[in-house]
Design a protein around this ligand. Structure first.
Ligand code: FMN
Length: 165
């Protein structure tokens, strides 16, 4: 799949099949994370890969907007350091890179940002210096993806040369 097709066909998925994602694909997803750039190349982030079923349930409970995560095959908790003012940008970029790398192999994903901070810290042993910024959940989709992206037309989004009111 070429990059443009990967971007334009990827949907955020919240229902997954029971099929396991092979280890080599998981490794590629993590490698895509490692290869993503950070501001000033600080690489302040750390990643917790969650595969155990009970831990996946805990992860879903530690969320305010990711109750569906319990049904995913595995998840990556993206930890970033709030010490860097761009840490949220870094988190967004690495989440997207992991999602695109996964989709290239037919693995779907969804993410959540509604995180119960104290609970996730306790359950996943997250140090005070890092914040769980995004959780990306992966698996094969429960059904064929027939959905279409709901997006505004380019004319509504793009301004030429200067912002036109
Ligand atoms: C910054 C950000 C935060 C998001 N947070 C959540 C979330 O907490 N829970 C959730 O289910 N989806 C979350 N999403 C997924 C969005 O709802 C999804 O990307 C959007 O609806 C477009 O989906 P589509 O690409 O499948 O059309 C988030 C996406 C982004 C970019």
């Amino acid at each position: 799949m070429d990059t443009f097709e990967c971007i334009t066909t990827k949907l955020d998925v919240r229902e997954f099949s029971n099929q396991n994602v092979p280890g080599d694909i998981k490794s590629k997803i993590l490698e895509a994370a490692r290869m993503t750039g950070t501001g000033l190349n600080t690489q302040h982030w750390r990643f917790i890969i969650v595969e155990d079923r009970d831990n996946m349930k805990r992860l879903a409970q530690d969320s305010t907007s990711g109750g569906w995560a319990a049904g995913a095959n595995f998840a990556v908790i993206v930890l970033t350091s709030p010490e860097h003012k761009f840490h949220m940008i870094d988190a967004g970029r690495v989440a997207q890179d992991m999602q695109l790398a996964a989709w290239n192999f037919g693995v779907a994903s969804g993410l959540f940002t509604g995180i119960r901070e104290n609970e996730i810290r306790r359950d996943f042993n997250i140090p005070d210096s890092l914040k769980a910024t995004i959780v990306v959940c992966f698996g094969y989709p429960a059904r064929e993806l027939l959905g279409k992206k709901n997006r505004q037309p380019l004319e509504a989004l793009v301004h030429r040369e200067k912002f036109s009111r």
